[in-house]
Structures are given as C-alpha cells and as structure tokens.
Design a protein around this ligand. Structure first.
Ligand SMILES: [Zn+2]
Length: 428
C-alpha cells in the first residue's frame, strides 16, 4: 500500500478496510495527540497488517499528523479540546471539520479514539500510580447510555469489550477498566472532546487509553487487544499477518520503511538506515513529493535538507543535491549473479555476489561509493560488495547501495542494490 503526500501540508489520511461483506463499520482514530505513539502505531498496524473479512473498519491513523511528526502533544494546542466550538482562524479548523464529517458519516456505527494515558486507572486509590485520577488501561465513556441508533447501551458494550480484552491477562494492573467521565454532569473539559461530539451526533464512541508506563510496542499491543475485542463484539471478522505478542509487535513496528521521492525517481529502503544520507538527487525548484508504505512516515524540510520521520521517531536526514530530472529512461538491463534481468528504475534488487549494468546509449551509470576511480560511466563493470565503500550504503549494515542513472547533467533515476550474500561487516 502506498500513501502520498506533498511535504508542505501533512494532512491526515483515511483508510477503509472494506471486506465487501455486509456488516457494521468501526471508525478507529489514532494520533489526536502527537506524543501518544501506542495509539497511532496500533492504528497504522490495522491499516497495513490486517484484513477485514466481514464488515468495515475505517482508520484515521494520523489525525494530528504535524504534531506526530514533531513529537508534540499538539503544536497548535490540544486538538481534543476543539470539538465543541472553534474559531475559523484556528490552524486546525479544516482538519476538525473533515474529521467531524467522517464521524457523522451514516455508515459509521462505532468510534474508537486511541490514547496513551498516565499510570493505571483504578476506581479506588491503590497508590500514586494506580488510582481514579489516572487514565492508563481504561476504556473511557462519557455516559452509560446514549441516544444512538446503534450501541446506545454503550456501557454494556464497553464491559463486554473489557471482559474479552482482559481474558488472557492475569496481571491486575494491566487489565482494562471502565472509566465513566459523566461528562454531561458538568465536566467542562470533556465536553470539548471528540467522543462527546460523536455521542451528541448520535454515534457510539469511546476512548481507549493504554498505559504510558509501558514502552511503545507494549502500548500498541494493549490497543490491539481492545481493537480486536471490539471487532469481535461488533461481529467484524478479520485476520492479521503477525502474532499478537510483545516480540512480534516490536519486530513489526521496527522494520520495513519504504520511501520513494518524486514519483519513484528516488527509492530508499530505510530499514536500519544511516542517520544521514548524502548527495540525494532532488528535483530543482520543485516541492518535495514522497510516497511511503506506512501512513506515519513523512518527509519534512529541515535546514538545507529533509528529515524522514516515522511517527515520533527520526529515521534519517536526506542531504540533497539538485538536478533537472530526465524522464527518458524507465528500466535498465542488469546482469545479476550471472543472469540477465530487466530492472525497472525505482525498485530494489537483491544481489548475492555481483552485478553489472549493461551500457545504455545516451545514459551513464554512477554507483555511489564505487572505489575504482577514473570511470565517468560505471556501466559494463562487474561489481562486488567490497568494491563499494561501506559508508556510502543507505543502511548501517552496508548492504544497500544506490546505482544512479544520468543523461548528461540530468538525473534519470536509480536502482537500489541490496547485497543479500554474506557480509563480513554485518553483525548478525
Ligand atoms: Zn490522549
């Protein structure tokens, strides 16, 4: 799946997992506050790694995308206090209008707003971390029943979800508990929230709070337990492509960041990437355009270059070199480990031992970091890993190298070569 953005405006994205089989529609919202990664990471896993087989799940994994990228609760204040009244001069006025319209969509019958909250909620005072003032490990409702067409008995729905989510949890702290804020009885702060807006528009809505006392991957796992319990309760069926354990969630969220710039003219695999990548060809006098495989990835201008961000994490810094782009080359003939292969530009190819690029009329090849000097065109040479300087790789393990194509002074595109054979520099 690919998500595109023009880097000047980071707008939230709506992803619809539609099974094609009639059933209810659950709307999941992540990232209303930018520094609560458990919620928005869980939402991004739903988008990328779940398949819905009955009903629909709609997901906005990055509602406050600018704040997520800057690891701020809210760069324009708390977005979850902007749902009752808002001046049209507010920088988030349009965003709020758009998410309100999605919440009110007649198809949506349940809304979950994902948060990470402090400590552990408990009705009684256990200790300073576990008491009624805390939010972590709670499902939050505004009132017991709501005037909604579906799931008006919202407290009993929440209790069913909690029972199911807690099924395999022996640790009392980790168990989800119901928190009713009784917003209508005079909680002026809670009246401004997304869920209160939803219930006043006839929609069932709850907040989910994973505990900030846990690291991100554990919070993510906690959210997924509740999300799955909610889908089970609603009769939405699904499958996922990983195990629901701390280890596999950790692995899932730590890997696989694919990025393409300027319509695939630059193609980077940013797993284990270096902190900075130099001489990245960029389009002269043109705004940044990027595509990523994850809705939490963004490329943002920073000083003389661009930062690549993945949720709250920094991935790398791209140090640009500006070119006029040439569109006359779409693919190149390679010989890879002794076999001929036609490789489209903008892709990644695995190489065991060696590769060479067949000479192309009017185009020259530049292998970034190639040790042998004196070649203005590096096509026609058989190249092994040790002939490229490791520090020019895209990744820290020195497996992935850029092969760039030029027509005169114009940049035509690249292929990323991934050496998969034994690497004596590699740690694993
Ligand atoms: Zn929150």
């Amino acid at each position: 799946m690919l998500y595109s953005e023009v880097a000047t405006a980071l707008e939230f994205t709506l992803h619809k997992l539609d099974s094609g089989v009639t059933g209810p529609t659950l709307l999941v919202i992540g990232g209303i506050q930018g520094d609560e990664p458990g919620g928005f990471t869980a939402a991004s896993l739903l988008v990328n790694d779940y398949q819905v087989t009955k009903g629909q799940v709609w997901i906005v994994p990055n509602l406050n995308f600018d704040s997520i990228i800057r690891r701020s609760r809210g760069i324009y204040g708390d977005m979850n206090r902007k749902f009752s009244t808002l001046r049209n001069s507010d920088p988030e006025f349009e965003t709020i209008g758009k998410i309100k319209a999605i919440i009110k969509d007649p198809q949506v019958s349940m809304i979950l707003n994902l948060h990470d909250g402090s400590g552990f909620y408990h009705e009684e005072y256990i200790d300073k971390d576990e008491n009624s003032q805390r939010w972590g490990q709670s499902i939050v409702i505004d009132q017991s029943t709501i005037p909604a067409k579906h799931y008006g008995d919202i407290e009993s729905v929440a209790r069913r979800v909690i029972a199911s989510a807690n099924r395999d949890t022996a640790d009392s702290k980790a168990q989800f508990r119901l928190k009713n804020t009784r917003t209508r009885e005079g909680d002026k702060e809670m009246e401004k929230t997304l869920t209160y807006f939803a219930i006043n528009n006839g929609k069932a809505a709850m907040g989910i709070e994973a505990s900030k006392n846990y690291p991100t991957h554990v919070r993510t796992l906690q959210h997924l337990r509740v999300l799955e319990s909610m889908m089970d309760t609603m009769g939405i069926t699904y499958s996922r492509n990983f195990k629901l354990t701390e280890k596999s969630v950790f692995d899932k969220i730590g890997s696989n960041i694919q990025l393409a710039l300027f319509d695939n003219k630059i193609r980077l695999d940013l797993d284990d990437s270096r902190r900075s990548i130099g001489y990245v060809p960029m389009k002269k006098r043109s705004p940044m355009e990027f595509t990523a495989n994850n809705p939490l990835v963004a490329v943002v201008k920073s000083n003389q270059g661009y930062k690549v961000r993945y949720g709250n994490r920094g991935v790398t810094f791209l140090d640009p070199q500006h070119f006029i782009f040439d569109d006359s080359l779409q693919q190149a003939d390679f010989e890879i480990d002794g076999k001929n292969r036609l490789v489209p530009l903008g892709t990644v190819v695995d190489v065991n031992e060696s590769f060479s690029v067949t000479p192309i009329k009017d185009h020259r090849v530049n292998i970034i970091g190639f040790k042998r000097t004196g070649y203005s065109n590096e096509s026609g040479l058989s190249i092994r890993r040790h002939e490229i300087l490791p520090r020019f790789s895209v990744d820290k393990q020195a497996n992935k190298f850029r092969v760039e194509f030029y027509k005169g002074k114009k940049y035509s595109g690249m292929v990323l070569v991934n050496f998969v054979g034994d690497n004596k520099l590699a740690k694993k």
